[in-house]
Design a protein around this ligand. Structure first.
Ligand SMILES: [Zn+2]
Ligand SMILES: [Zn+2]
Length: 217
């Protein structure tokens, strides 16, 4: 059986008007029962100081941790935003480059999967391995001009079967398999990487336009 002691302030709580009841010895703090101890911390100068020293740092630490977490979250969100705006730019320049590269002298492209002839500004840069595969998103062997109907044919994954057949005919099965394997590989993207791609194809696009003496964009 646990020893019981009288609730009576000692040390810092000396002189506090306690309840005087008998309580289990191991529940006492500065000789006080839990209820008196709590009251002591709220009503006396010594108690308030003790409370601040013991509990306030924890509260402050929690607030500090919370702030830290919020800062971290904001940085991550910012990074994500930076990355996706850099990605949009990279997509734009790469798409323009692909379409201009495959355009005829009149500025038309032939859709890679249906053969329709469309002005280069009205068709898409079609991906054989879809864009979610980052390792092949900007791969020259993976992209060809495609009309919006074919590219938007999600039921057939952007006419992927025809895309593959034509790619095999154009660059050979080996290189197509290479693309397929590359697409499956894990690839870490970043805003810096997207910016590099974006800059590369902005320069290449302008060089090509200069060479062709045209200015589409
Ligand atoms: Zn008490
Ligand atoms: Zn088409």
């Amino acid at each position: 059986m646990l020893e019981e002691k009288k609730c009576k302030g000692i040390n810092k709580a000396h002189g506090y008007e306690s309840c005087g009841k008998m309580v289990k010895a191991n529940t006492r703090k500065f000789g006080l029962c839990p209820s008196c101890f709590f009251d002591w911390m709220q009503t006396t100068e010594g108690g308030k100081i003790h409370y601040q020293k013991q509990f306030q740092p924890k509260v402050e630490k929690n607030i500090e941790n919370k702030k830290k977490e919020e800062r971290k979250k904001r940085t991550q969100e910012k990074r994500k935003q930076d990355s996706s705006s850099a990605m949009r730019l990279a997509d734009m320049y790469f798409s323009r480059y692909i379409r201009l590269f495959y355009a005829d002298l009149n500025g038309n492209c032939t859709c890679y999967t249906c053969g329709k002839i469309v002005p280069l500004k009205e068709l898409d840069n079609g991906h054989y391995q879809k864009r979610e595969h980052k390792a092949t998103r900007y791969h020259l062997n993976n992209c060809r001009p495609q009309c919006k109907t074919c590219n938007g044919d999600t039921k057939h994954n952007g006419k992927q079967d025809v895309f593959r057949k034509n790619l095999v005919y154009e660059i050979g099965e080996e290189m197509v398999i290479e693309i397929e394997n590359l697409a499956k590989s894990t690839f870490k993207t970043s805003a810096v990487w997207y910016r590099e791609v974006s800059n590369k194809y902005r320069v290449k696009l302008n060089e090509l336009q200069d060479k062709l003496k045209i200015k589409y964009w």
